[in-house]
Design a protein around this ligand. Sequence first.
Ligand code: PDD
Length: 284
Amino acid sequence: MSRIVYVNGEYLPEEEAKVSVFDRGFLMADGVYEVSSVLEGKLTDFPGHMERLARSLAELKMETPLSDEELLEIHRELIARNDLKEGVVYLQITRGAADRDFVWPKDAKPSVVLFTQVKELEEARQAKTGIRVVSVPDLRWGRRDIKTVQLLYPSFAKMEAKAQGADDAWLVEDGHVTEGTSNNAYIVTADGTIVTRNLSNSILHGITRASVLQLAREAQMKVEERPFTIEEAQQASEAFITAASTFVCPVVEIDGAKIGEGTPGPVAKRLREIYIANARAEAI
Ligand code: PDD
């Protein structure tokens, strides 16, 4: 069945939804995006996603074409029109269509596109089995804190992981893990401390990361925000990732080495439960 998607003010069947060939998102990856998850037809962590979107737009000196209230309304309308119970809403804003030029156009109108994707989140298979990751050099640009649509290298790294028989890649720069291809990376040390890389331009400031760390601290779990190496991760008692599209998902193998028992660990399991319970309670 055809989805209804949102394109520049219109709700259209996906076959009829079009953007210009001159759109700078298409020509130059000149755009930003957000992915918000939906549980029981409601949006989770939505204010965080809107805050990060505003920041990404501001960093690229793009105007914000719609208010948070208008964007919430569009998200809700798409969820309703597509009868989405569980999955994600993808939102993309580009600088708009203009003659190809490295100089930003003065009067281009931003393009706004949103669509829904059905995805099993709560009962996702990988949350039960855990995933296997391999390390890949982090060759992305230096402003990973901006959620841009230039995803060629993360996609390349994920394909490299698949070619090696793994599920995903952890990106490594200067000997330390930055993050996953589309998620933040964590380990749990022998004394139960949750370790994840500190915020900087080197990683995306995950909205799920912010929620999970807050919930962990509220549950009196110890959290350390610092870089870690692949070797430290391989010796850790647990590892996991977070993202809107996976929530908390255990990592059971890194570069062929089993983590702990090689099965999802108790800290990741508990954080996943706490996160989902909270996301459900606060969904809008
Ligand atoms: N990716 N790091 C990177 C590089 C990401 O692309 C993502 C999310 C995250 C996690 O951020 P959040 O918790 O806000 O989803 C971290 C989305 C899900 C995607 O590209 O599909």
